[in-house]
Design a protein around this ligand. Structure first.
Ligand SMILES: *Cc1c(COP(=O)(O)O)cnc(C)c1O
Length: 427
């Protein structure tokens, strides 16, 4: 797979290089130079999830990895299912929260861990990342116990929920956590300084695990095939998929799936009140506002950094603007959508409810509607219990984590302190 930098088209890299570097020159994201259609999608849809995913990835990645290696990596990453649950006639939910940290980020995080383990060839790797919630847990679990890899996670003390925090701070081993007296932006600034520190970079083999890494996107392509595969054969061409969107990585993966031949009739990318993209599609003006806090906090993004990848597929006509929809859903409507799903017998957290609401807006008769459940309701226990008037049982993974002590070390928002701690521990 060859990829080019969308900010600087001259920069062309292999998949391996794109995974190792993450971001290109001038902060540009990498995108495949070519996306070719799959030969026999119908036959692929008959295969099981892991076998099919290895074939889809082989098609996307080309011969940089052998069939055997790729099959092993996929089997190691996708160890949990992505069931399509029927909610009503012509309405289905793709549940992506059955992984170890109860959110869809496990798919991408775990495949990225497989890639880095494969590509580093025994060199030491240190993943340094700041988290405001779900990514930290997915990355920590994905790399936990992996040889030659250490993970350093910074998070703002007191600013993330206990459930989110305990999912990564209780692991120990090669996962090192620091609770920073400051904001998420302070944590992110410390991480950025780390990547500018050549000595630290080379001594520890620093790598980031943020959401623009191409390995996470290609992994996510696979579960869209799994969604359509679970529809009855005669309904597969009518799949209308709605993705709750923040950074627009997940919907980008859906569009790549469509471009390489998965029958998707329409795509809805639905946002919360952080509505930069819906406004852009109306006015053609890119005008991000200040980021607002919402019930769906993993989507509180006003500068979605995967949007250039989506736009290049739309502008080139690989996916039609006519089949792409993006609406924003406000807080009251999010809560109403959660209650409406409850009436239909389905319990959803806020991100999932937004996908459902966005689907309804553009749904046409004859379609099979699929909205994505990106997180388990228990991960957003407080708002779910309050809005739905119920009391939630904790899934075992979460209950276990909550019972363990937090192993994070306190730290001030001071890069020198981070540097010394990392060199003392890992250098
Ligand atoms: C990250 C996240 C999203 C947004 O996905 P993007 O790829 O950033 O658009 C939606 N829901 C949940 C639960 C998430 O953690």
């Amino acid at each position: 797979m060859q990829l080019y930098n969308l900010q600087d088209n001259e920069q062309v890299v292999s998949f391996v290089e794109a995974v190792k570097t993450g971001l290109g020159r001038n902060q540009g994201v990498f995108f495949p130079t070519e996306l070719t259609p799959l030969a026999d999608v119908d036959a692929l849809l008959e295969l099981d999830f892991v076998t099919r995913s290895a074939k889809v990835l082989r098609h996307l990645l080309g011969d940089e990895l052998s069939d055997e290696t790729l099959a092993q990596m996929v089997a190691g990453a996708f160890t949990f299912p992505a069931p399509l649950v029927k909610v009503a006639d012509n309405l289905h939910c793709l549940e992506l929260f059955h992984g170890p940290t109860l959110a869809f980020k496990d798919f991408g995080g775990r495949f990225m861990a497989q890639c880095l383990a494969q590509f580093s060839q025994g060199e030491k790797v240190t993943i340094l990342t700041a988290t405001s919630g779900d990514t930290g847990a997915a990355v920590a679990h994905a790399f936990y116990g992996k040889e030659n890899v250490d993970v350093v996670i910074l998070y703002p003390e007191g600013k993330i929920s206990e459930a989110q925090q305990k999912l990564f701070t209780t692991l120990g081993g090669n996962v090192h956590c620091y609770s920073v007296k400051g904001s998420f932006d302070d944590c992110q600034a410390m991480v950025k300084q780390g990547f500018l520190d050549e000595e630290l970079k080379s001594r520890l083999g620093l790598n980031s695990a943020n959401s623009i890494n191409i390995s996470r996107l290609v992994a996510q392509v696979c579960y869209y095939f799994e969604a359509v595969a679970q529809l009855p054969k005669e309904q597969r061409a009518q799949a209308h998929i709605s993705v709750p969107s923040g950074n627009f990585g997940n919907v980008c993966a859906a569009m790549i799936a469509a471009v390489i031949g998965l029958p998707i009739s329409k795509l809805s990318a639905t946002t919360n009140q952080n509505d930069t993209v819906p406004r852009y599609l109306e006015s053609k003006q890119w005008q991000p506002n200040e980021t607002l806090e919402s019930l769906s906090n993993a989507m509180d993004v006003s500068r979605p950094n995967n949007w250039p990848r989506v736009q290049v597929m739309l502008d080139s006509g690989q996916f039609s603007y006519n089949d792409f929809f993006s609406h924003s859903v406000d807080e009251a409507t999010t809560a109403a959508a959660m209650r409406e799903l409850q009436q239909l017998g389905y319990m959803a957290e806020p991100h999932t409810a937004i996908a459902y609401q966005g689907l309804k807006a553009d749904f046409a008769p004859g379609e099979q509607g699929i909205f994505l459940a990106t997180a388990h309701p228990a991960k957003f226990k407080d708002s779910v219990e309050e809005i739905l008037g119920i009391s939630l049982e904790m899934p075992k993974a979460l209950a276990d984590a909550l019972a363990k002590p937090c192993l994070a070390k306190p730290m001030s928002a001071d890069y020198q302190q981070l540097r010394e701690a990392m060199l003392a521990k890992l250098g």
